[in-house]
Design a protein around this ligand. Sequence first.
Ligand SMILES: *Cc1c(COP(=O)(O)O)cnc(C)c1O
Length: 379
Amino acid sequence: MKIRYFDHAATTPVGENVLKAMLPYFCEEYGNASSIYSIGRQSRKAIIEARKKVAQAIGAKPHEIYFTSCGSESDNLAIKGVSYANKNKGKHIITSKIEHPAVLNTCKTLEQQGFEVTYLNVDEDGFVDLQELVNSIKPTTILITIMFANNEIGTIEPIEEIGKIAHKKGIVFHTDCVQAIGNVRLNVNELNIDLLSMSAHKFYGPKGIGALYIREGIEVEKIQDGGHQERDKRAGTENVAEIVGLGEAIDEIYKNYDGYNKKLTDLRDYYIQKVQAKIPTCKLNGDRTKRLPGNANISFPNVNAQELLIELDKKGICASAGSACSSGSGNGSHVLTAIGLPISLANGSLRTTFGKENTMEDVDFLVNSLVEIIPKLQK
Ligand SMILES: *Cc1c(COP(=O)(O)O)cnc(C)c1O
């Protein structure tokens, strides 16, 4: 059976050129990047090149990029690292109710350690309220962490304005950019971002490698002890092959960014229009236009999304209910709850996230499958 994959927000396949770029660093160029001899130097050079590519893609300087093991680790290092480094200035952190668990649970841990966290509300489209943000700032606020784009409903937050508000008050601004990198062209300076998390497997790189941008001058305390790798911010022998993969993946996307972005936007809009025309009782979650180009999250009333996913799987369709990280946990989506979606709609939410191997014919197949399955499940 042909697999039609519409779950690129959960993960993406590794690109062919990305794999090709990585392969020499397993069996041939296996030197430790800290070693003096030539294969060690070769690894070191490869990391320098990858760091340049990442920096270039987001308008940063290479020495502001730190490699980590994943997006979750980048979020942990950013939020804990800034909090620990600034704890003598204050212990108040501001975030939102719709963050990824990598941010929310890091904030919960910090609360247990004596930090105070404000969780901002969002409106029915998932936008944080800038006035509520301003009102939440205290003299003790040391960090604002708001995601660039939501992984479930795709809404893109007003990042530039949030950064402006933070900087006016001398507060550090971190953004979990894991969903946006590869999908949205951005520049950390134009958007007033101090720290930014990314993860390679969300943009056709390998799983288990991430990066954190830390603006020059921002203090971050390391959270893992060991060697002095990554300028003493992240101990552990560098994962050279995967670092090369991350660099290659981000470079490929940003070289063809406009075409890729348009392709995703076209697929998304075609899908949304077709579903709304054929199943008029459905509801689109998240903002219609200020959303990730490849994301559509649509609720079908009185449908159990788990049952829907099983029926779609029988047709070779891969999609998601809420987010992959919370499905299986049994709890409803904290994001859909935060936007105030009634249970009858939240339970029937289907997230489809499009990618470069998808075609319009794939989308037709998806829509036709929904038209066939949804009425059966509603009975
Ligand atoms: C996937 C994701 C993460 C976690 O990244 P990993 O590399 O899987 O740890 C964090 N935040 C968001 C918004 C994500 O979509």
